[in-house]
Design a protein around this ligand. Sequence first.
Ligand SMILES: NC(=O)c1ccc[n+]([C@@H]2O[C@H](COP(=O)([O-])OP(=O)(O)OC[C@H]3O[C@@H](n4cnc5c(N)ncnc54)[C@H](O)[C@@H]3O)[C@@H](O)[C@H]2O)c1
Ligand SMILES: N[C@H](C(=O)O)[C@H](O)COP(=O)(O)O
Length: 367
Amino acid sequence: MADSIASPIAGPIAVTLGDPNGIGPEIVLKACAAPALAPALRERLLVVGDPALLAREAARLSLPMPPRIEPLACTTEGAATAVESAAATAGTAARTAPLAEFLPGRIDARAGHAAWRFVVHAARMALAGQAAAVVTAPLSKEAMHAAGHDYPGHTELLAELADGADVRMMLANDELRTVLVSIHLSLREAIERVTRQNVLSTIAITHTALLRAGIARPRIAVAGLNPHAGESGAFGREELEAIAPAVADARARGIDASGPFAPDTVFMRARGFRKFDAVVAMYHDQGLIPVKYLGLEEGVNITIGLPFVRTSPDHGTAFDIAGRPGPDGRGLADPRSMLAAIRRAAELAGISPCAGAPHPAGAAARP
Ligand SMILES: NC(=O)c1ccc[n+]([C@@H]2O[C@H](COP(=O)([O-])OP(=O)(O)OC[C@H]3O[C@@H](n4cnc5c(N)ncnc54)[C@H](O)[C@@H]3O)[C@@H](O)[C@H]2O)c1
Ligand SMILES: N[C@H](C(=O)O)[C@H](O)COP(=O)(O)O
């Protein structure tokens, strides 16, 4: 992962539109127009999506269009304005529909297909060195699956596009970073993934990501799986048989890893980065709840282990509020997590996120 680098990566920051029927288009437009966004950073943003869809949303919300758009049509109107290569449109024409058929809040395979295309295109740009980073607006896994794209989420799709890179999901805000041993699995399967090798790989990928972010001696806390981290085997043996040996392996490699710690208290010990720079969590909800609970508006999802920078907001498509006008007609979707994702991507790509504008979070590059 290119977490933080000495010289900036060239090219735009590709921002995907997400599921057209979710809040993606709204938060992308709001983030692009946010007064808190530095003008120089705004100019680096390249929105990957359908221009007609963006224009409809911009008119609804009385917002300007983003300065730069990479046109990928999912509507027939977008197809009229988009200049796409034959390769880009191959196999998708049949799924292009009139703009009026893209309805906010609706799970629709055509929207899922469009969201998938936006991500694939942006990732290919980054892999080809044509984009400095990728920031993804939320997509609906259900709609993507309905379109026949059988990925649990962006993370797994991006890993495949990057030749099967060994990636992990990190969620970060200004107080906490958590990294997951496994992501989108049943809890039963997630427990099976708590192996010595998986835990060790997660610690190692986390260590590399933190080093690249400029943290000279990353301190990594490792959570247990069971209540009280198993209480010496009384409540489960995963700590004794997999997690503690993985921590020992990591330490033998010179990594400052410690644990397993009781999962219910390790996050508060890590909060504020006073004792630890990151917590390795044993499964999805163990690691994501603490960050999301601190506020959806600041959290950023970062894929570590990829050959390019990828961030996203830490929330989903919010179909329940998509397209809703709100009391002032400007929509209900909060763009702050998207803004945080854009700023974090810029930092990780070596681009100043705050040139010419205040950066509320302050601070140096961090994943
Ligand atoms: N990065 C991603 O692509 C991503 C991340 C998480 C979930 N998802 C997908 O999103 C869909 C819905 O997931 P969910 O309902 O569990 O979570 P969600 O984050 O979409 O919604 C949870 C709650 O938070 C609210 N909310 C979320 N973002 C908001 C914002 N920016 N402003 C105001 N309110 C906001 C919603 O209205 C809802 O009440 C699922 O298909 C899921 O797979 C995608
Ligand atoms: N697990 C993430 C979350 O709940 O925030 C989300 O599903 C995003 O996953 P991808 O980045 O893989 O789409």
